[in-house]
Design a protein around this ligand. Structure first.
Ligand code: NAD
Length: 358
């Protein structure tokens, strides 16, 4: 039975394929832009310069100052540089941090953003922005920050180390998992979530085994695109709430935290989300217990499976559980303080989700 739904498509232009960064000048021209500022993180300055070279005269410069969670000082500096260089657009090259900086410029100046993603985080598909000031991260939705064009070139992901590839890919799967049981789930988005999960679960072991596997990189990026689009179209639940709280309060690393928490959050919700379980079972090769399979997948990828190894102290569990239940939000299964604390204890210790044996 098709459950009644309301679906509003977001604008989306995607140029996909190995080598497609060569088409960037056409994308800039199609948007009517003449001077674009390239932003990236300091570690990826070389890639930023490569992209600027591909742009030739239309590149207004490279600002290699993007940092995790978009500190407001970095955003202000980027806005000043954009204004001083006379930029009429931004090309954000990198992961969620670089795309986030591009969005911050768009939010203030209304400059259009073209995204060239090099991780699997998915920010390039969403109208969600974030800014961190005084240790507090504010987020919001504004269609002005949604990139006007996204160029997915798997060649730019060849340098993404195995561990970052694994955790970034699990971060993408988390968007799909929560999209499948979201209060605003729709049939078309659920198809994307299932296919995105399938593609990533198939590609990540290849990519981790051989970082130069361009075909595997392409399939991972295809999955990341779909999962990012799911994030843009649905309301996230317990898993994202927990990761946001862990990252914001304890400064735990973004993608590894998603990787550790996902199997446990899914195990918590599985009894109340049969359609999501069915879709994930198909996506993961016919398994009975998708939560357990995602935990096994993280293990096969050599990714972290405990919050303890990410540096969280056991004594912080009650505080995080308290914060995660402080304000209500949509979740398929009622969120209780005891339930969240048990989930966090299992995630902290690194035991299998849902009380399974290792
Ligand atoms: P990131 O952008 O911080 O990148 C992690 C590190 O990997 C950086 O040092 C970066 O330079 C490096 N890197 C990226 N691509 C590389 C490549 N191809 N080769 C070598 N090194 C590479 O990490 P992320 O996980 O992509 O993004 C996390 C941030 O994005 C968080 O702040 C998160 O909140 C945000 N995010 C936002 C949304 C949204 O919709 N707004 C969605 C997902 C994530």
């Amino acid at each position: 039975m098709i459950v009644p739904f309301t679906y509003q498509a977001l604008p989306m232009r995607v140029v996909f394929g190995a080598g497609s960064v060569a088409k960037l000048p056409d994308e800039v021209a199609a948007l009517g832009l003449h001077r674009v500022l390239v932003v990236c993180s300091p570690e990826q300055e070389g890639t930023g310069r490569q992209v600027a070279a591909a742009l030739g005269d239309t590149a207004a410069g490279v600002l290699a100052e993007a940092r995790m969670h978009v500190p407001v000082e970095v955003a202000h500096r980027a806005r000043d540089v954009a204004r001083e260089s006379g930029a009429d657009g931004v090309v954000a090259v990198g992961g969620g941090s670089a795309v986030g900086l591009g969005k911050a410029i768009a939010l203030e100046h209304g400059l259009p953003v073209i995204a060239v993603p090099t991780t699997y985080a998915g920010s390039e598909m969403t109208p969600v922005w974030g800014l961190t000031e005084g240790g507090q991260k504010r987020t919001g939705r504004d269609v002005r920050v949604l990139p006007r064009s996204v160029v997915y070139d798997a060649e730019l992901t060849l340098t993404l180390p195995g561990q970052l590839s694994a955790t970034s890919g699990m971060n993408a799967i988390a968007h799909a998992v929560e999209g499948l049981y979201a209060p605003d789930a729709t049939p078309i988005i659920s198809l994307m979530a299932e296919e995105g999960t399938r593609a990533l679960a198939a590609a990540l072991p290849r990519v981790v085994a051989d970082g130069s596997d361009l075909e595997g990189r392409g399939e991972a990026q295809y999955g990341a695109w779909l999962c990012g689009a799911v994030l843009a179209a649905t309301t996230m639940s317990l898993h994202h709430k927990l990761c946001h709280t862990l990252g914001g309060t304890l400064d735990l690393p973004h993608a590894p935290t998603h990787t550790v928490v996902l199997p446990h959050a899914l195990a918590y919700n599985q009894p109340a989300a049969p359609a999501a379980v069915a879709a994930l079972s198909r996506a993961l090769g016919g398994v009975d217990d998708p939560a357990r399979e995602l935990w096994e997948l993280a293990g096969r990828l050599g990714a972290p499976r405990s919050l303890a190894e990410l540096g969280m102290a056991e004594a912080d569990i009650p505080r995080i559980a308290e914060l995660a239940v402080a304000s209500p939000y949509a979740n398929p299964r009622p969120v209780t303080r005891e339930g969240v604390e048990a989930l966090l204890r299992a995630a902290w210790a690194g035991v299998p989700p849902g009380g399974g044996t290792p």
